[in-house]
Ligand binder design. Structure first.
Ligand SMILES: Cc1cc2nc3c(=O)[nH]c(=O)nc-3n(C[C@H](O)[C@H](O)[C@H](O)COP(=O)(O)OP(=O)(O)OC[C@H]3O[C@@H](n4cnc5c(N)ncnc54)[C@H](O)[C@@H]3O)c2cc1C
Length: 342
């Protein structure tokens, strides 16, 4: 019989679980029900009672590691907390959100416990066994993995499960004591772009992709980079979409060509970029070449605006392609969005 442990941690408010943690709770609940196995949820937080309040209806045993030392992400304290929770739960299967906090420590904890880890898991299938699915070779090949080694750690990709949403109710929590090693790292705080400047929004419904065409000479023989920047930012403001880019566009800075100052390599989508998950995607001024489009593997509805009727998008890679000049199309779209808001 498997003992399933879901590792979770608080979000930046400290009083609720992170969205990725709640997604892992859903995965744990489904797996425990299918295998008729006991489910334990382990929480790492300053105030675990507040963070756990929505978990009562899971029916799971709740273990927690609490205290100031666990307020923020730090390898030594997070690894010690996860290790203690695994021991307390006697876990054979450990599910954890594949977000930065646990991704950093999970492999080390698996090693300490003599276990094995697989990352980027998207689904957990199988009937009596566990078959974990993940993509390889930049989302081109899907593999199904099963292992006999225990404990088996599985880091779940964000966006692959619905976030668990339970009523807030009183809940019984078992506190787990942790002996912390000497802490050499002091977390002095976070430095992050101001909210309005942050263009990468993994939880957004839509992905908006800018391609190199935005900075190319247009039919009037001129480049219009400032206008391009205003149109793109205007659309992001109006829709809350996440901003992606083609490689060609983000590479231009290094080549001394005109650039959009709010784009970095972090925005790049594709084989050498990221593969985000959004319900919809709109690509603009981008050719739709395969190394770019492979990053769209998990975008639901794909649309593109390109001047080129022969571009990669038109060859079956997008659901809808508008053969049009993106400048007037986006200007009109932004005006319609503004009018709708007003
Ligand atoms: C090993 C390897 C890895 C790679 N990894 C990636 C990756 O991760 N991500 C990635 O993106 N690329 C990647 N590439 C590069 C990729 O093959 C393409 O070169 C790149 O995606 C092209 O970017 P683009 O479509 O923005 O630019 P371009 O190919 O220059 O296309 C610009 C498009 O904009 C259109 N356009 C111009 N003006 C307008 C307008 N006013 N309205 C509408 N359309 C307009 C043009 O018709 C053209 O189709 C990789 C390549 C290799 C070899």
């Amino acid at each position: 019989m498997e003992n399933i442990l879901v590792l979770t941690h608080a979000d930046e408010t400290g009083s609720a679980l992170s969205k990725a943690s709640l997604e892992a709770v859903t995965a744990g609940k489904e797996l425990a029900a299918r295998l008729s196995a006991p489910l334990t949820i382990g929480i790492v937080a300053t105030d675990a009672a507040a963070a756990a309040s929505t978990l009562a209806s899971t029916g799971a045993r709740i273990l927690a590691v609490s205290g100031e030392a666990f307020a923020q992400s730090r390898y030594a304290s997070d690894a010690a907390a996860a290790e203690a929770l695994c021991h307390a739960a006697n876990a054979t299967i450990v599910l954890a959100p594949g977000a930065s906090r646990f991704t950093r420590v999970a492999a080390g904890v698996a090693h300490r416990l003599g276990g094995f880890i697989d990352t980027h898991i998207t689904t957990l299938g199988g009937t009596d066994t566990i078959e974990a699915t993940r993509w390889f070779y930049r989302q081109r090949v899907e593999a199904v993995i099963s292992r006999s080694v225990r404990p088996w750690f599985l880091l779940l990709d964000a966006g692959t499960h619905a976030a668990y949403a339970g009523e807030s109710q009183p809940i019984q929590i078992e506190q787990v004591a942790v002996t912390l090693p000497a802490l050499r790292t002091t977390v002095s705080g976070f430095r992050a772009p101001a909210q309005g400047q942050q263009t990468i929004r993994p939880d957004a419904k839509m992905l908006f992709v800018a391609g190199a065409g935005w900075t190319k000479k247009q039919p009037d023989g001129q480049i219009h980079v400032a206008e391009a920047g205003e149109l793109i930012l205007g659309f992001l403001r109006a829709t809350g979409a996440s901003l992606g880019s083609s490689k060609s566009l983000v590479d231009q800075g290094g080549e001394g060509e005109p650039v959009l100052p709010f784009l970095t390599h972090m925005n790049q989508i594709g084989q050498t970029g990221s593969t985000p998950r959004h319900a919809k995607g709109l690509s603009t001024c981008c050719h739709g070449e395969e190394p770019h489009v492979v990053g769209w593997r998990f975008i639901g509805d794909r649309r593109a605006i390109s001047l080129d009727p022969n571009c990669g998008w038109t060859r079956g890679k997008a659901d809808v392609v508008y053969i049009a000049d993106a400048f007037p199309v986006m200007a009109k779209l932004n005006a319609l969005l503004e009018a709708k808001k007003a």
